[in-house]
Ligand binder design. Structure first.
Ligand code: C2E
Ligand code: CA
Ligand code: CA
Length: 609
């Protein structure tokens, strides 16, 4: 008898022999599977029933269901008598599983390549029938495989097998869906890290467990991702975030890591390492550049650590960690990891005292302006100055704006102080203008001033009283100042530009808007923040490069802030920056020194001719 005929005979005999038993049990068994599906019983229960029925349908064979997961065939269920390699959670790569290729055929296990390993391993079974499991949507989710002691006879063993296949596919699909939903509910889909909701749950669990609460919360703020998003687009920003998250997850110290909204990752560290040490470890991991779209990009992480405080909820805890991260970011040269301490958020009594002293500082003559040279690239000829406020506070000494401008903004004092700065800068610049010295002066304008009803008048008065040519006054505004009220800001800016006043967009790259939005803003110059220079130090500066290129496409000259080294200067020449403002070409200095420098340069220029 030819082999095929033999299978046919055997398969029919097997069916005949088991039919009486099945006839009674069939409806009952299938009913059990349906009920299992309908009640969303655990997947292994439903599949357990399916393999049992399949084994019986094939006449006392061994049946198994494999699920296809992450390119592996995992044994999800196997009927009684299955050998160990066929019992969950065993898994195998599809290429090494010869039954994966069968697709509804039966073969003798010694007959084809690849079977040798399995011959004699399937509990004495010699034949194998297998078919893939396909969902209604056409997705392949696994296979139903039967190992038989003798050859089955039909290409497709029975209608019942078809039905079992469908049920198995349905069960797997259902389980995958539930798992997918659960994953989505607890994870951030971009990075695969936990999400904020899960972080909150984790904290509650730890609190309930008592005692074992984590000692610190570490907040990693990936400033590079935000910048990449603005310049290279959302997808590249996500890619950076994903890779950064991958590096964090590989660190044993990282413990429980969750992505918060935006480009922040919160970490509840494992183990007893000191927070500072953990911060350093994280920074180190994020320090190497990321290769994205053929660019080398830096994560520019700032890390804030806040120790646990009893009775605090997650929001309060995060607020402290965030304040520490902001302090880390503000530390221009120091470490990028700061541990929260109460002095970071100025204590209320100290703030009140400082506010009291700041009030009326302008009237008492305690404010002064320093001037920092802005020079042309190439050549370094003086192009103008930025006026930077200083506060000579009695008994304290010279205070930098970083220490008082934020408070001045919060209290509204910045409007009065800014008004003074406008008047003083115009007065000084007019003196230089009359002397024939470079007299362009940049004056910082805060969001509050721009929104103030008297702002237009303040500017007009400063120009009128000084007599300065309006074109020489350049008002520096930040993206965020404009964003607070785009329509109003744009209207005021347009009106002032009609007077001849110019606008520079300050701190470009630290805000939240994008180059695409830039073309709608009435600005005359782009001031690029110094944060891009750190990128440069480590090699190429793709972000800076594209900012300069795109600004030029929009017809905007670019001034780069914070150039400190000759290497950076050379790069500015190479990248085509128009001007530079930085310690290399001049520190902020009192008006007298600034004037002396301008005169010296003018004399040198004359002797050159
Ligand atoms: P800004 O407008 O970005 O000013 C540039 C800051 O960078 C200045 O800090 C300047 O001293 C510093 N800088 C310049 N070149 C370099 C460099 O090569 N390396 C480094 N590390 N830093 C450099 P400063 O004077 O402390 O002012 C800080 C901020 O305070 C200013 O940032 C500005 O936002 C604000 N500010 C200053 N004066 C005024 C003002 O009159 N009104 C208002 N609203 N804000 C002001
Ligand atoms: Ca500025
Ligand atoms: Ca700036």
């Amino acid at each position: 008898m030819r082999p095929e005929r033999q299978y046919a005979a055997d398969w029919s005999r097997a069916r005949r022999e088991t039919t009486p038993r099945r006839a009674a049990g069939e409806s009952c068994e299938l009913w059990g599977i349906y009920r299992s599906l309908a009640t969303r019983a655990p997947l292994e229960d439903t599949l357990g029933r399916i393999v049992q029925v399949a084994a019986e349908a094939a006449g006392g064979a061994v049946a198994a269901v494999f699920g296809l997961r992450q390119d592996m065939l995992a044994v999800l269920a196997a009927s009684g008598g299955a050998p160990p390699w066929l019992r969950p959670p065993a898994a195998i790569v599809p290429a090494a599983a010869p039954w994966w290729k069968l697709r509804g055929r039966a073969v003798e296990m010694t007959g084809e390549a690849g079977w040798a390993v399995y011959a004699g391993m399937a509990g004495g079974m010699r034949w194998c029938w297998s078919d893939r499991l396909q969902t209604a949507a056409g997705e392949i989710v696994g296979c139903l495989t039967v190992f038989l002691s003798q050859a089955p006879g039909e290409e497709s063993p029975s209608r019942e097998m078809e039905e079992l296949k469908e049920l198995a596919a349905l069960a797997i699909e259902q389980a995958n869906l539930v798992e997918d939903l659960r994953f989505r509910a607890e994870h951030d889909l971009v990075t695969g890290l936990w999400n904020r909701r899960r972080l909150e749950e984790e904290m509650h669990q730890l609190q309930r467990a008592g005692g074992a609460a984590p000692a610190a919360l570490v907040l990693v703020s990936l400033d590079g991702a935000r910048r990449v998003r603005e310049i290279l687009g959302e997808e590249t920003g996500d890619a950076l975030l994903r890779e950064a998250a991958g590096r964090l997850m590989r660190l044993p110290e990282a413990g429980f890591a969750a992505r918060l909204s935006g480009d922040e990752v919160a970490i509840l560290p494992d183990g007893g390492a000191a927070p500072q040490e953990i911060g350093a470890r994280l920074l180190e991991a994020l320090d190497a550049p990321f290769r994205l779209d053929g660019n080398e990009i830096y994560a520019q992480a700032a890390i804030g650590v806040a120790g646990a405080e009893t009775g605090e909820n997650l929001t309060q805890w995060l607020r402290r960690a965030r304040a520490a991260a902001a302090a880390a970011r503000a530390r221009r040269n120091g470490g990028r990891c700061v541990v929260f301490d109460p002095t970071i958020a100025l204590q209320a009594p100290e703030r009140l005292e400082m506010e009291r002293r700041l009030r009326g500082a302008a009237g008492r003559g305690e404010l002064l302006l320093f001037y920092q040279p802005q020079v042309k690239v190439p050549g370094r000829a003086l192009a103008g100055y930025e006026a930077l406020m200083r506060w000579a506070s009695p008994g304290v000494g010279m205070v930098s704006p970083g220490a008082f401008i934020p408070l001045a903004e919060e209290t509204g004092l910045v409007v009065e102080m800014g008004r003074w700065a406008l008047g003083e800068a115009c007065r000084q610049a007019r003196l230089w203008e009359q002397e024939g010295l470079p007299a362009r002066v940049g004056v910082n304008v805060s969001a509050l001033q721009l929104a103030d009803a008297g702002f237009m008048e303040d500017v007009e008065r400063a120009l009128f009283e000084s007599g300065l040519t309006p074109r020489l006054l350049e008002l520096e505004i930040t993206e965020s100042a404009v964003m607070e009220n785009r329509r109003l800001a744009a209207e005021r800016m347009e009106a002032l530009r009609r007077l001849g006043v110019e606008f520079a967009l300050d701190d470009f790259g630290t805000g939240s808007s994008s180059l695409a939005y830039l073309k709608d803003l009435p600005v005359d110059r782009l001031k690029v923040d110094r944060c891009f220079l750190s990128e440069l130090e480590r090699g190429r500066a793709p972000l800076l490069e594209s900012i300069i290129r795109m600004a030029h496409q929009l017809g905007l000259p670019v001034i780069v802030e914070g150039v400190e080294t000759e290497g950076q200067w050379a790069a500015m020449e190479r990248l085509g920056a128009d001007e530079v403002q930085g310690y290399l070409t001049g520190m902020p200095m009192p008006a007298g020194d600034a004037e002396a420098r301008a005169r010296a340069e003018a004399r040198a220029g004359q002797s050159d001719i």
